[in-house]
Design a protein around this ligand. Structure first.
Ligand code: AMP
Length: 121
C-alpha cells in the first residue's frame, strides 16, 4: 500500500485545510482532534509521509523517530498532562483495519485532562 497524498492530515500539513494548532517543529505538527473523546484530545503527526507506525518503523530516519517521540513529550508538556507537569495521559496509535485506523497518515492520539479509562473494548 502506498501513501495517499490526499488524506486529510496531508491536507492539513500542506495548509489546505485548517487545524487548531498546538505545536509545530521540523518533525511534527500537533493539533486538537475535531471530535474529542476526552477533556484533552490532541493528535501528533510526523511531517513525513508515513501511513502508520509500521511504515514509520520501516522507513523513517533515526532523526525523524527521535523527533516524533520528543514531539509527543513536548506537546504533552504544553498541554499540562506530561508526568513532569501533570497527571499523565494515554498515547495511542491505530494501525490499519484491525487497529481501527481511519486516516492513513501516522498519528498519535494524546488523551488526558481526566482519567482515560478502559484500555480497549
Ligand atoms: P484514527 O481512527 O486513529 O485514524 O483517528 C482519526 C482521528 O482524526 C479521529 O479521532 C478524528 O476525529 C480525527 N480527525 C478527522 N478529521 C480531522 C480534522 N480535520 N481535524 C482534526 N481531527 C480530525
Amino acid at each position: 500500500m502506498s501513501y495517499e497524498d490526499n488524506n486529510i492530515f496531508a491536507k492539513i500539513l500542506r495548509g489546505e485545510i485548517p487545524c487548531k494548532k498546538i505545536y509545530e517543529d521540523n518533525f511534527v505538527l500537533a493539533f486538537y482532534d475535531i471530535n474529542p473523546q476526552k477533556k484533552i484530545h490532541a493528535l501528533v503527526i510526523p511531517k513525513g509521509k508515513y501511513i502508520d507506525l509500521d511504515d514509520f518503523a520501516l522507513k523513517a530516519s533515526s532523526e525523524e523517530m527521535v523527533g516524533l517521540f520528543k514531539g509527543i513529550n513536548l506537546v504533552a508538556k504544553k498541554l499540562g498532562i506530561s508526568t513532569e507537569v501533570g497527571n499523565g495521559y494515554r498515547a495511542l496509535t491505530n494501525i490499519s483495519s484491525h487497529g481501527g485506523q481511519e486516516v492513513p497518515h501516522l498519528h498519535f492520539h494524546l488523551f488526558g485532562g481526566e482519567r482515560v479509562g478502559k484500555m480497549v473494548e
